[in-house]
Design a protein around this ligand. Structure first.
Ligand code: K2U
Ligand code: ZN
Length: 175
């Protein structure tokens, strides 16, 4: 059945704070959603996208940290019901988010992770990652627990962003 084009949910939409539900069964609808999420990710462009960011409170995200604008090397990975088996070390990375417009900040996360998930065929994936891919996996996983990168920065920095964002929304409403 035709689905409405996916829209990116933006802060301060309450849907971004919800804890998503596990995917009970990999249905054709789940496959279609994952496919559309990959398209939105490449269109934005981004290197990751979680289902709650497009209004679906499901424990599913897509990630592709290797692709380039030429578009010939796209290999998106769909991660269903992911969990971390290991998080080690520490690194700081300047993060942005497709759901948090016009803002970046340094975020501290684990430097190396091992993640276990299911792919679209229901096959178990266990993957080790470090650097940008480790950051992205943790960033997307946070979305499934209703956590944004701005929840991992200082209260002062977060409050300054919230004030700026609410002013931006008020000005847009007046236009
Ligand atoms: O979840 C999202 O909003 C996509 C995020 C994923 C991400 C954020 C910070 C660091 C790593 C991954 C980004 O908006 S995707 C945009 C982007 C593109 C290239 C490099 C870093 C972030
Ligand atoms: Zn994000």
């Amino acid at each position: 059945m035709p689905t409405s084009p996916l829209e990116i949910v933006r802060f301060p939409d309450p849907r971004l704070k919800k804890v998503s539900e596990p995917v009970a069964e990999i249905t054709d609808e789940i496959r279609a959603l994952a496919e559309e999420m990959c398209q939105v990710m490449y269109d934005e462009p981004g290197i990751g996208l979680a289902a709650p960011q497009v209004g679906h409170a499901l424990r599913l995200f897509v990630i592709d940290t290797e692709w380039s604008e030429e578009g010939n090397d796209r290999e998106p990975q769909v991660m269903i019901n992911p969990e971390f088996l290991r998080r080690e070390g520490s690194l700081v990375w300047e993060e942005g988010c497709l759901s948090v417009p016009d803002y970046t900040a340094d975020v501290e996360r684990a430097a190396a992770v091992t993640i276990r998930a299911m792919d679209l065929d229901g096959k178990e994936i266990i993957e080790e990652a470090e650097g940008l891919r480790a950051v992205c996996l943790q960033h997307e996983y946070d979305h499934l627990d209703g956590i944004l990168f701005i929840d991992r920065i200082s209260r002062l920095k977060r409050s300054l962003y919230v004030k700026k964002r609410k002013k931006q929304l008020a000005e847009e409403a007046e236009e």
